[in-house]
Design a protein around this ligand. Structure first.
Ligand code: ADP
Length: 345
């Protein structure tokens, strides 16, 4: 290969490359390394590896490669601007045949931080789903065994057990439905059409009136007329359902829930406020995570799956919008959804 090819490779590859001397000082760095370690062009040169990465793991990798003269691969954690990064590093020795034995090392580095983060999310998700499935299944199995062992002949007990089995099956069904909605929301770009949002909100609110009445809660809606939106109507309905369902679920008797929908210069804003139990400020950053519940017992008791708000966030964000929350513990909560005007698909 000629030097032009090397030059193009050096400047164009996505792999960050550092050349270090036997004092672990950086002799050269390609543009990908400068980007990765966020320094201006060439300013890495002359600095020590430790100064730049704050990683003793990386240092010990280089020492090992310099003494054994064999290539090594390892994942190391480095710190850049006080952010931790996970790098996959391949260290290749460049042995010095001269008397000075200045063994240099070429470090080929790839940023795998995001990949590892996604893997952790996936692992946690699978663990959470398994846990959520196991709880009702264990209870169903225990009830069925007790019935089999004779309780089936005790009318009153049998009736109670069958009722619990039914409740657990309903919980499993809800969980599977929410998992399906979430996976659909995550996997495909929604087909968007123009529809009358004011009519849709009106219908959803009407559907929740009886649930609110049963819980002794007043449900009021102020909807601007002619609110038109380009979005996926089914998904937007799901957002409204989840927010209203939560507002009613987490508001005690005598409380109230209010929905306000209004146009913005370039979109619409829907606010769902309640006078319910509210949340502490430290919980707010986590409530949009899958399966995060402030009060596990309360959520389970009222039939929650812990997925409602993650579905809301996902749908709103795939529509280019944002959802925010304000809450005061013991006083109430307001969720605000802002959706932009988008072109039809
Ligand atoms: P769940 O199925 O448990 O309701 P969500 O994802 O819909 O799951 O909500 C996550 C958590 O956020 C709930 O468990 C609850 O603790 C809290 N939460 C959501 N909405 C409200 C609300 N309107 N008032 C108080 N807490 C709420």
């Amino acid at each position: 290969m000629n030097s032009l090819v090397y030059q193009v490779l050096w400047t164009q590859v996505d792999t960050a490359v550092l050349l270090v001397d036997n004092h672990k000082r950086i002799l050269d760095s390609n543009p990908a390394a400068n980007r990765l370690l966020e320094v201006r062009e060439r300013s890495l040169i002359g600095q020590t590896l430790l100064q730049v990465t704050l990683s003793y793991d990386l240092l010990s990798l280089v020492t090992q490669v310099q003494s054994r003269l064999n290539p090594e691969e390892r994942e190391v954690r480095v710190t850049r601007d006080s952010n931790p990064l996970i790098l996959h590093v391949r260290a290749v020795p460049l042995p010095d045949e001269s008397f000075h034995k200045q063994n240099r090392v070429l470090l080929l580095m790839q940023d795998v931080t995001e990949l590892r983060r996604l893997e952790t999310i996936r692992r946690d998700f699978v663990a959470n789903v398994s846990h959520e499935l196991r709880t009702p299944l264990t209870s169903i199995r225990a009830m069925a065994e007790t019935l089999q062992e004779g309780a089936i002949h005790d009318g009153e007990v049998a009736e109670r057990f069958v009722e619990i089995i039914q409740q657990e099956v309903e919980r499993l069904t809800r969980l599977l439905e929410d998992l399906l909605i979430l996976s659909q929301a995550e996997s495909k770009a929604p087909e968007r059409v123009r529809f009358a949002l004011n009519d849709q909100i009106q219908k959803v609110v009407e559907r929740f009136q009886s649930q609110a009445e049963k819980s002794g809660i007043t449900l009021k809606a102020t909807i601007a007329p002619n609110l038109s939106l380009v979005a996926n109507p089914d998904q937007i309905e799901q957002v409204l359902i989840n927010l209203l369902d939560n507002a009613i679920k987490y508001t005690p008797e005598m409380g109230s829930v209010e929905l306000v929908a209004e146009p913005l210069a370039e979109g619409v804003r829907v606010r769902v406020s309640d006078t319910g139990i509210g949340m502490m400020s430290q919980d707010l950053p986590r409530i949009f995570e899958r399966f995060y519940r402030v009060d596990k017992a309360r959520s389970r008791h009222s039939g929650g799956t812990g997925l409602g708000l993650s579905i809301v966030k996902n749908i709103v964000e795939t529509h280019g919008g944002i959802v925010t929350v304000e809450s005061e513990f013991g006083h109430g909560t307001t969720f605000t959804v802002v959706l932009p005007c988008l072109p039809e698909t």
